[in-house]
Every structure is written in C-alpha cells, then in structure tokens.
Design a protein around this ligand. Structure first.
Ligand code: GTQ
Ligand code: FE2
Length: 361
C-alpha cells in the first residue's frame, strides 16, 4: 500500500477519528471486495441429533406462540444459518399435533426423514409425507402440518431465511385458523408428476414449480435408471429436481439434488460459489472438504460452504444416497456462479485432517 508520510501518527489518528464522526470510512482499510469466501465446513451426526430432536417434544408445543418445533443446524462461525444463504432445521411433529397455518416470503423445502401418518397442506393441496419425499413450500404459500399417525414425524426443513433477511424482504402472516381449507390431496402430483405430460388447460405462470411434491419411489427409480447410463466425475449419479414446466430448478433461490454414489466410487474434487447442505439418506462413506475428511453414515448432515474443495466417496459394497439443497439459482441469476476442478494429485485432495464433533473449527 502506498502510505504517505505527510501526516504524523497523531494527525493520522485524528484524521480517522474526524472521518468516523461524520460516518466516512476509508476504503483502503478492510478491502472486503478483495477477499475470497472463507467459511468452515461442518457435520452433524444423526446419532447426536435424533435424541435431542425427540427430546424437543418435552420442551415446546407448536402452538400459535411457538409455531414450529425446530432445531437448527447452526454452523460455527455464522451468526445465523447453516450456510450464509440457507438454514436447515429438524422439525418434530408428534401424533395429534398441528403446526398452525402461516405463510412467509422465505421459501422452504421439506425433506422427509422419519415417520408416517402426517401431511402438510400447501396452498390447499394436502401432501402426505413419506421418508424420501421432497415437498416445496414456495415463497408466500400458506402451509400447515398435521400428524394424524401414531409416530413422531421428523423432517428436514431448508429455507433461504439468511438470504431473505439480508435482503430485508422478510414478511410473515398467520392464517386466521390453525389449518387452511383443503381443496385436494396430491393435486400437484396428479397434474404434473408425469414430467412429460401435463394438463392442457393449466398454463402455470408461477415463480416456482407447480409440482410441489416429489415422491421417493419415483426419485429412487430415476436414480437407478440413470445409474445404468452414466455419471458426473464430481457428483457421480446426480439428479436435480426440476420444474416440469420449465426444466429449470424447482425454486428461484434454492435447488434440490439427489445423488447416488455407487459402491466404492470416489468422485473428483471441485469447488463452486454455491453453498450446499447435504443429508445422507442412505449408506455410508466420506467427503473430503478442504483437505478435511468427514466420515458419514446414514442420517448425518454436512455443510459445504462456498468455494470449498469437496469430493465424496461411498463405502465398498454399498451405495450411498445424498440429498442436498443448494443456493445455485441465486448465484446463477446474479452471474456470480463459478466452478473450478481440482487438478493436482489426479483430481483428489490429500487428506490432512479428520473431522470430529466438538473439534474447534
Ligand atoms: O415448517 O413452516 O424450519 O415457518 C422454519 C420456519 C419451518 C415451517 C422452519 C418455518 C417452518
Ligand atoms: Fe413456515
């Protein structure tokens, strides 16, 4: 930096002070625009998470005061959120409970983990939840959840709350009753799940996919079919959930992926400016993120921040299935998406450390 010596140390201090008094800040100090992203990856084990989520049933009830019984995945180093743009949380709904109806400008997705006999209603469409289902709750759509079964229901919520909060566009409204009127069951599936055929009289012009519910059996079938054909070097057999009317991502701010890592496969490493939150739906293996090895097993959660090198591997003899939410649509729409392959060491990172919960990051 070209520092001049015209002012004494004392004069310099006075200069900064008087600038500060009138709210002027020097652009040569800090220089945010020159800094690459620096965020830490993190992992949560299902064996740590599940008992604490079940115990939250003894702590609160999702009444009009509490609204939702959720435990957030709180990444160290972030004031809020799981990545800087998205937050993931585990939601527990006990038999007989209803989480009351509301809507908000942040968009949500639900990735169903455990239980049966519960449904969520989104804009009047009742969606029965089964493990492996993806259900969308786009921005400003009414939603409420009810468990009519006899088991605790647990799912993963993914929301763009940190982004919307930062953009100062948070709005929230309660429905006057606990539940909204239901005008169909699985209607979005009946109309749009075929993907290739759609009703002639519906020309959806929405900012999100008109298909709100992606069932696990169809998802798994699609993965199996694709696995016969090919794979991506960085993500193996990876599929993006798509809006059947546009072919694009299901939401404006977030996209959802499901990927099958075939037994024994280790992908190549790459990095990109989108951030990702993973759930290990099936299987076991590990990911290497910025040289750190994260060994995971069924149910675990993993966060890959922006611009972190990452690669995945499935254990021998056992396929792994990873679900993820990613903020790629935001980055692409703002022309900020970049991607880079890792070229050294044949495309795989040397492992320099191993993650364990409680390790300072
Ligand atoms: O289920 O409606 O994790 O409104 C955070 C906010 C879930 C929900 C969250 C919400 C919801
Ligand atoms: Fe909500």
């Amino acid at each position: 930096m070209a520092v001049q010596d015209k002012l004494s140390a004392e004069e310099l201090k006075q200069y900064y002070n008087s600038a500060d008094e009138v709210r002027l800040g020097p652009g040569w100090v800090g220089r945010e625009h020159e800094k690459p992203p620096e965020l830490e990856p993190y992992m949560w084990r299902w064996s740590d998470v599940e008992p604490l989520v079940l115990k939250s049933g003894d702590v609160v009830t999702p009444d009009r005061d509490v609204e939702r019984r959720i435990m957030r995945l709180a990444t160290p180093g972030l004031e809020r959120g799981t990545t800087h743009t998205m937050v993931a949380a585990l939601q527990l709904l006990l038999p007989g409970e209803t989480a009351p109806s509301h809507r908000h400008t942040p968009t949500a997705i639900r990735w169903i983990l455990k239980g049966e006999g519960a449904y969520t209603t989104v804009e009047g469409d009742k969606c029965w939840m089964e493990p492996g289902d993806l259900i969308l709750t786009p921005s400003w759509t009414w939603h409420d959840h009810t468990n009519e079964g006899n088991q605790p229901m647990i799912w993963l919520d993914g929301l763009d709350v940190p982004l919307v909060g930062y953009l100062k566009a948070n709005f929230y409204e309660q429905f006057p009753e606990d539940t909204q009127p239901v005008n169909g069951t699985g209607d979005s599936i009946k109309k749009f799940a075929s993907g290739t055929l759609r009703p002639t009289w519906e020309q959806p012009d929405l900012a999100y996919s008109p298909l709100l519910h992606y069932k696990w059996d169809k998802t798994y079938e699609a993965l199996q079919n694709l696995a016969e054909l090919g794979s991506d070097p960085f993500d193996d057999v990876a599929m993006e959930y798509s809006d059947p009317t546009t072919g694009g991502p299901v939401l404006r701010t977030m996209t959802c992926w499901v990927q099958l890592i075939r037994p024994g496969v280790r992908t190549k490493a790459h990095r990109h400016t989108s951030s990702k939150i993973y759930q290990v739906f099936k299987g076991e293996g590990y990911s290497v993120i910025n040289g750190q090895r994260f060994d995971w097993t069924e149910g675990d959660f993993l966060v890959v921040p922006s611009w972190a090198w990452h690669e995945h591997a499935a254990a021998d003899g056992k396929e792994a299935i990873l679900f993820s939410i990613q903020d790629t649509p935001i980055m692409k729409s703002m022309a900020l998406y970049r991607e880079e392959p890792y070229v050294e060491h044949g495309g795989n990172q040397p492992v320099t450390s191993r993650f364990s919960v409680g390790t300072p990051v």
